[in-house]
Write a protein that binds this ligand. Structure first.
Ligand code: NAD
Length: 496
């Protein structure tokens, strides 16, 4: 059984990150206490003015260089991701590639999205030149999970940096090496100031970051921790961005490409051993294609094997505690009338979980309602797509979803209560600028325009161009002026 072990070496408390496939120590890291976190934030605050002072062009140039470092050394980073999470090298590369692409987007678009924009001042204020611009917040705290230790936190880190903020990042205790690697590679292109720092440790270190006086806290992890983060941040009215878990559904319509849908369901549900926030966990299939779809899913899922050898398509369960959750969901489903067409209770081992496909599972069972975070799928038959939408939406979560339909893809996508939907492909939205959920899946967005604006504050400036004929903002305003204003507003807005 793997674990993250706290240990005391000399005066400092440290912990080891372990390879979940072998328990080999990947690295030893300090458990940063509240005072360490506060000191890191203080240093970052001093650095933030310097970084903001570089302006959009200066920051773009540094972020482009960082992107180049990430690209040329991606194999090394992928090896570290593989060692700390257990995921296959190719999957590690995939998340790195997406993170690089998003970093490039943030660097390239920051000026356009955040720079001064002219606004129409309106007839009453026609003498004013109006602009809105988006200024940096200062220091952004980022707390990340282990399942996509590059892609996920980089959605906040790269965008916060591009918006002109300094960042203090607390990576998951399962992937501290990846966090440190990211900060060290950034320091190679920004050696002057500690613009991007990493603190390591467990939940207490994260809680200290929430209370450290950062100007915003961007959290990615489970909804339970998200609630604790909000409570801690509420003490200082620190705004939060919450990217939490999901129970994503995939819908298959009667006219869908069934083979493509089956392939997408298996990859969406089982890649990264199902440890994907936007992984497919539930499938609702039109009764006309149900049998054909289930047969294809069984065929494809039977070719997927969890292991640590080169031919294994999925790796171990990174966080040992998750094994009992997966076991409980499968056992509950089977004890309540569900059937395992692939895998089953025996699929859950000490480190690895083999693919499991469940059918006839009651909608109120844990396997349908709670995030499983393992390589499992539940498949249910529906009479029509209205039933599919209703069942998909009957969830506390609302992260992402998938629709396979030839004629009604966009219509069904719009009706799904989730922050993102892919039509006729799976998880494609991860590479597209705008990511985030609703309900227990959190709020706020990373990536894209919305992602840049999450890490900036709007600043409106009205500059008087000439003295107005009707001066409104003075005690010298006469009753005659008031009457003219009343007449004007009536002319403008009083007509039906
Ligand atoms: P987690 O909530 O256990 O931990 C996330 C981070 O929070 C870790 O760094 C942890 O040390 C820290 N933390 C724990 N307690 C804390 C506290 N009291 N105060 C401050 N920080 C604290 O989540 P996890 O197991 O690392 O990640 C898996 C979860 O993340 C899943 O639910 C998954 O769906 C979700 N996730 C969501 C997204 C998304 O973008 N929506 C992406 C990846 C993962």
């Amino acid at each position: 059984m793997t674990s993250v072990k706290p240990a005391t070496t000399g005066e400092r408390t440290t912990f080891d990150s372990l390879d979940p496939a072998t328990d080999e120590v990947v690295g030893t890291f300090p458990v940063h206490a509240a005072a360490d976190v506060e000191a890191a934030v203080e240093r970052a605050r001093a650095a933030s003015s310097w970084w903001a002072g570089l302006g959009f062009a200066g920051r773009e140039e540094r972020l482009r260089r960082w992107k180049n470092v990430l690209t040329t050394r991606s194999a090394q980073l992928a090896e570290l991701v593989h060692a700390e999470t257990g995921k296959p090298h190719g999957d590690a590369m995939l998340e790195i590639v997406l993170a690089i692409d998003h970093t490039a987007w943030a660097a390239k678009h920051a000026r356009k999205v955040l720079g001064p924009q002219r606004r129409a001042a309106g007839l009453l204020m026609a003498n004013q030149a109006a602009t809105v611009e988006y200024q940096p917040l200062g220091v952004v705290g980022v707390i990340g999970p282990w399942n996509y230790p590059v892609f996920t936190p980089m959605g906040s880190i790269a965008y916060a940096l591009a918006a002109g903020n300094a960042v203090v990042f607390k990576p998951s205790e399962y992937t501290p090496g990846v966090g440190r690697w990211l900060a060290e590679s950034f320091a190679e292109v920004v050696p002057e100031q500690p613009v991007f720092a990493v603190v390591t440790g467990f939940g207490e270190t994260g809680a200290a970051l929430c209370r450290s006086g950062v100007d915003k806290l961007a959290f990615t992890g489970s909804p339970g921790t998200g609630r604790k983060i909000m409570a801690a941040c509420a003490e200082t009215l620190t705004p939060v961005l919450i990217e939490a878990g999901g129970k994503d559904a995939l819908l298959v319509d009667a006219d869908a490409d069934v083979a493509a849908a089956a392939d997408a369901a298996v990859w969406g549900g089982m890649s990264n051993a199902g440890q994907t926030c936007v992984g497919v966990e539930r499938v609702y299939v039109h009764e006309r294609v149900y049998d054909e779809f289930v047969a294809k899913v069984v065929d494809v899922a039977s070719t997927v094997r969890a292991g640590s050898d080169a031919s294994a398509k999925i790796g171990p369960i990174t966080m040992p505690a998750q094994l009992s959750v997966i076991r409980r969901h499968i056992a509950d489903a089977l004890s309540r009338g569900g059937r395992a067409l692939v895998g089953g209770e025996d699929a859950v081992g000490d480190r690895f979980v083999q693919p499991t496909v469940l059918v006839d599972v009651p909608e109120d069972s844990a396997a349908v309602r709670e995030e499983t975070f393992g390589p499992t799928l539940t498949i249910a038959k529906v009479h029509d797509m209205d039933e599919a939408v209703a069942k998909a939406n009957d969830s506390r979560y609302g992260l992402a979803s998938t629709v396979f339909s030839k004629a009604r893809g966009m219509e069904l996508a719009r009706r799904l209560r989730s922050g993102m939907t892919s039509v006729n492909s799976v998880i494609s939205f991860a590479g597209i600028p705008s990511f985030g959920g609703v309900g227990d899946s959190g709020f706020g967005r990373i990536h894209g325009q919305e992602g840049l604006r999450e890490f900036a504050r709007a600043k409106a400036i009205a500059r008087q161009r000439f003295r107005p004929p009707l001066l409104l903002t003075t005690f010298d305003r006469s009753p005659k002026t008031d009457a003219k204003v009343a007449k004007l507003i009536n002319l403008l807005h009083g007509k039906r």
